[in-house]
Design a protein around this ligand. Structure first.
Ligand code: UT7
Length: 354
């Protein structure tokens, strides 16, 4: 059966490094608290005006496309995952298509937050398997620094996130690794549970005004109609920033991430002993360590880089995958396992034989 392989991979992080000490200028926090609770030492922030989610995605894509040995004009489909798009609409996919002067190909935007890259990879994988497309560009990119509350009020969220982008080019393959086993993406596994959608969410701007809404908007009267999508009050009450019940997300993540890894292994007749490298979504080093312990994996079987980049949401897996590959930690024939969990909740897993 025809499968898809990662033919090229690239990542881009902005030059501007923001340490935990730098954050102390804006909020009541400490390097000790951030490192102990999250493992993060520093993160990169995009240039305020010169860089966007799309421009970072473009930089990562250029590297992935070159490494795949093709040109942007040979890409026949784009999938762009982000929660921090340049515009509310249109999505970043078309902006990337324009920036790279690509043909008039399809461009799909995926909004699955931390598991966005794995959802995008899964969609691309299906298109390759059916023979619909031959060169699909999958991008995960985030410019979080533009939408965080840097006052003490927002410190539980703002210290975690960083900016960056990662990209892969998927192509069809029938190749076997030197072990004689099938190469490429072996399977992807997608899940959701919307029961707790609001505990990790950015409520505004949005169209929920007449449905679920946090105080104080429940008290808005009809005279406000027409101003509900974006109002001065939303800004005054800091409703335009993300909200998160961190401990609740943490508890669910450490159950669902190992669970989907087990599901993916089982689907391929593999066990944790077969994993050469697990790349968990870089949400929090403590979450990754819980996942590692639960799966009984050695340190050399797990790759983390959250210490340098923070949580880059849809970009975290492709950045880590690319960095691990560049460091020689992924070799031909290796079984690479990817897992993510985040807002929605959505979670996902994938197994690749490199
Ligand atoms: O990728 C997207 C999915 N998101 C996640 O996976 C995040 C999952 N959750 C987490 O990573 C953790 O819950 C956090 C890192 C967000 C928070 O760590 P925690 O150990 O769960 O801390 P907490 O929220 O229970 O807060 C403990 C204390 C509180 O103070 P009190 O009430 O005990 O006095 C917070 O106000 O830490 C305080 N706190 C801070 N202190 C210094 C919260 N944020 C900070 C901060 N600096 N940045």
């Amino acid at each position: 059966m025809q499968r898809s392989k990662i033919a090229g991979i690239g990542y881009y992080v902005p030059k501007n490094v923001f340490t935990n000490e730098d954050l102390k200028k804006y909020m009541d926090t400490s390097d000790e608290w951030i490192q102990e609770r999250t493992g993060i030492k520093e993160r990169h922030y995009a240039d305020r005006t010169g860089e966007t989610t799309t421009t970072m995605g473009v930089e990562a894509a250029k590297i992935a496309i070159e490494r795949a040995g093709i040109t942007p004009q040979e890409i026949d489909f784009i999938i762009f995952a982000t929660l921090s798009p340049d515009y509310y609409f249109p999505g970043c996919g078309v902006l990337l298509q324009r920036a790279l002067k690509m043909k008039e190909i399809g461009a799909l935007d995926v909004r699955n937050q931390c598991s966005g890259f794995l959802y995008a990879l899964s969609v691309a994988d299906q298109f390759i398997k059916t023979g619909m497309y031959k060169n699909i560009l999958v991008v995960g990119s985030e410019k979080h620094s533009f939408g965080l509350d840097f006052s003490t009020r927002g410190r539980n969220i703002s210290v975690i996130f960083g900016d960056g982008a990662g990209a892969v080019v998927l192509q069809p393959t029938n190749a076997l690794a030197s072990s004689g086993k099938e190469q490429g993406i072996l399977s992807t596994h997608l899940h959701s549970d919307g029961e707790s959608a609001e505990i990790l969410a950015m409520y505004n701007p949005g169209t929920h005004a007449n449905h679920w809404q946090p105080e104080p908007f429940a008290t808005f009267d009809k005279a406000e109609i027409g101003q509900m999508f974006m109002s001065h009050a939303m800004i005054d009450y800091a409703q335009n920033f993300p909200n998160m019940d961190g401990p609740a997300v943490f508890k669910k993540a450490i159950i669902k991430m190992p669970e989907v890894v087990e599901e993916a292994l089982l689907a391929n007749g593999l066990t944790t002993a077969n994993i050469d490298l697990l790349i968990p979504h870089q949400a929090n080093l403590r979450i990754a360590q819980f996942v590692q312990r639960k799966l009984n994996l050695r340190d050399d079987q797990v790759y983390n880089n959250i210490q340098k980049y923070g949580n880059t949401t849809a970009a975290s897996i492709p950045i880590a995958l690319c960095e691990a590959w560049e460091e020689g930690k992924i070799k031909e024939g290796d079984v690479v396992c990817l897992t993510a969990f985040g807002s929605g909740f959505t979670w996902a897993g994938a197994i690749i034989r490199w």
